[in-house]
Design a protein around this ligand. Structure first.
Ligand code: ADP
Length: 616
């Protein structure tokens, strides 16, 4: 772009050259015409003058040749010719009709007077009685000579030739004169060329300076610098051009600013989108990718931009780019996160960027993280299958017992009551399960309202434990020797809770602790506070929960040992409900466990202690 113009191609050179060329052509034409004309005129003039002189001489000599005697004639002629010495006249001879020289104006050649002329022109003129006139180059004198030979006719005897005049004149003077004029003309031409060069340089400078200023300004504009302005030198086309460039600069600046603002807006839209977006050029190279997409793909900007979309989305083995352009379906992409080793499930929607002409200029891909959605979907499927399974198991056993009874077992007093007992237990379990399911469903739909009361956690927990102590006195548990140990903080902890629901949660944990405790096991119940929560922990000395199952026990229908848990009458929903209840309270439930040593379940509830201090 910034190519240097060769000097010979520049306007600086071309304009003076053009001027000189034009001047030379006009000088050539003027010179040729003018000098030729001048030459013709001067020579004609000289010629006429000479012819006039010859005629004058003829008139003067005519009476002398006609009348005078030979002796007086020569001196008369000599007298006449004496007036024609010098000047342009080289030689004038007067010759009689027989060819004898009667006189010459050349004083040094008086000796030829009386001799017969040897001049062929003279002889011819006398013979043919006509005049002749021509130019020739006299080599001995190295000059051009105009020679005039004219017959003299008698006035008395008309038509009779009585002599001739031979005149040679120096026409070189005319040529010298022309030469002088040509020299003046040439000098003037050179002078004119000199002035022209100077003027042309000034004029071309006047042209090139604004042009080069405009060029540098347009180059600045191209590089994004709009601050400069072209100087306007005059009110001519160049001035108009300069004005247009200044105008253009403003317009480009405006357009640039608009584009920049547009780009920033797009950038910020892309940046804050919850979906990942990436765009490619027509060859599939990624040109734009937003932060969300980078997060989803676990890449950095540098790793993605400029790379093929097939590589970025790791599709290379499944598709070609062409197939990707042709697909209209969404793609489901599975990625394993390098750090967490978790599989992310992404949904990719593709659309082609197409011009009106049909030319495909790129591809846009919108990525959404559907991992959670898929998980929920999977959970829902599992849940339905779990519910069906959980309900079918008791139903199957009820059915088989009922069938046995129908087949006659009802008559057997030793079996029938047992069978009926099993049917009753199973029915109760199903009823409990359906009740739990309804509760969960209510919570899922947000229809479960908490009836919050400001209660002392110490009192509530004590009350529940008292109830359990009573229960352990009952026949069913007496020989199991379970112990409940209380370890409560001294402070009374007041919390805002739904008493019934929280009681249900604690009941469930205590029930589990009893269920999974060996005979004689101790169950330690603690009530503690941290700076912003009330924490209850219930520790048993049971089987414990394997580490891998620990985080799953709060899921619906999850049981570490299905057969045993079911035989204990559990529904597999107790902890799931507890978790939902605590979430509703803004609290948390979690468990720690050492296999074969026991488990501890924790409940924490939000708590603000300042009120008690205020009371105090
Ligand atoms: P279930 O009605 O089966 O007890 P829960 O939701 O209350 O259902 O408990 C889920 C599972 O967690 C139980 O089936 C059991 O495997 C395990 N679990 C709960 N509490 C304990 C505990 N204290 N010790 C060992 N395992 C437990």
């Amino acid at each position: 772009m910034n190519k240097k113009i060769k000097w010979i191609q520049s306007i600086h050179f071309k304009i003076p050259m053009l001027f000189i060329f034009l001047l030379l052509v006009s000088l050539q034409i003027i010179g040729a015409y003018f000098i030729r004309q001048l030459e013709t005129n001067l020579i004609n003039n000289f010629d006429n003058q000479m012819s006039l002189t010859v005629r004058l001489l003829e008139n003067t000599l005519n009476p002398i040749l006609d009348e005078e005697e030979q002796a007086s004639m020569e001196s008369s002629i000599q007298n006449v010719l004496r007036d024609y010495i010098g000047g342009d006249f080289l030689e004038i001879q007067v010759i009689d009709e027989h060819g004898y020289i009667l006189g010459t104006n050349d004083q040094t050649r008086q000796s030829i007077v009386g001799l017969k002329s040897t001049d062929r022109d003279v002889q011819q003129t006398l013979l043919l009685e006509n005049s002749r006139k021509y130019q020739y180059l006299d080599e001995s004198r190295n000059i051009r000579v105009l020679k005039n030979v004219s017959p003299i006719f008698s006035e008395d005897h008309a038509g009779e030739t009585i002599g001739a005049i031979m005149m040679e004149s120096n026409i070189e003077t005319v040529y010298n004169q022309i030469q002088g004029i040509v020299t003046i003309f040439l000098n003037a031409s050179f002078f004119a060329i000199g002035i022209t060069i100077v003027l042309a340089v000034i004029i071309s400078r006047g042209l090139t300076k604004p042009i080069s200023e405009m060029r540098s300004q347009t180059m600045n504009i191209a590089q994004g610098d709009y601050s400069g302005k072209v100087r306007i030198y005059g009110n001519d086309e160049l001035g108009e051009l300069a004005e247009t460039i200044n105008d253009l600069s403003l317009k480009v600046k405006d357009a640039q600013e608009t584009t920049e603002a547009e780009r920033q807006r797009l950038d910020s839209v892309l940046k804050h989108m919850s979906e990942g977006v990436l765009a490619t050029d027509r060859r599939g190279k990624v040109i734009i990718i937003n932060t969300r997409a980078l997060d989803l793909l676990g890449m950095s900007q540098e790793e993605a931009v400029g790379k093929s979309i097939m590589k970025v989305l790791r599709l290379g083995s499944k598709f070609s780019f062409r197939q990707l352009l042709e697909t209209t379906d969404d793609l489901i992409l599975n990625y394993e996160d390098k750090e967490s080793k978790e599989t992310n499930i992404l949904q990719g929607k593709f659309s082609i960027i197409q011009r009106e002409t049909g030319f495909i200029s790129g591809l846009v891909c919108v990525l959404s993280d559907i991992t959670e959605q898929e998980k929920v979907e999977q959970e829902r499927r599992n849940f339905v299958s779990n519910v069906s399974h959980e309900l079918r198991t008791p139903l199957t056993s009820i059915k088989s017992y009922v069938e046995s009874l129908q087949e006659g077992a009802w008559k057997d007093e030793s079996i029938a009551p047992n069978f009926l007992q099993v049917i009753s237990t199973e029915t109760n379990r199903m009823t409990r399960m359906i009740g739990d399911l309804l509760n969960l469903s209510r919570m899922d739909q947000g229809r479960m309202q908490l009836e919050l009361e400001y209660v002392s956690m110490n009192a509530l927990f004590s009350h529940i434990l008292d109830r359990f102590d009573m229960m352990l006195q009952a026949e069913e548990y007496r020989d199991k020797n379970y112990k409940i140990i209380r370890d409560f903080t001294q402070r009374t902890l007041w919390v805002d809770i739904d008493q019934d629901k929280m009681t249900q949660v604690i009941d469930n944990i205590l029930n589990n602790a009893l269920k999974y405790s060996p005979d004689g096991g101790a169950i330690t119940c603690r009530l503690m506070e941290t700076h912003n929560s009330v924490v209850i922990s219930i520790t048993d000395e049971g089987l414990g929960i394997p580490r891998k199952d620990l985080q799953h026990v709060f899921e619906r229908f999850y049981r570490v040992d299905k057969a045993r848990a079911r035989s204990m009458g559990g529904t597999g929903l107790g902890l799931a409900i507890s978790k939902e209840v605590l979430t509703l309270h803004g609290g948390r439930i979690w468990a720690t466990s050492v296999e074969n040593k026991g488990s501890t379940f924790f409940i924490s509830l939000p708590y603000e202690s300042f009120e008690e201090e205020e009371w105090a």
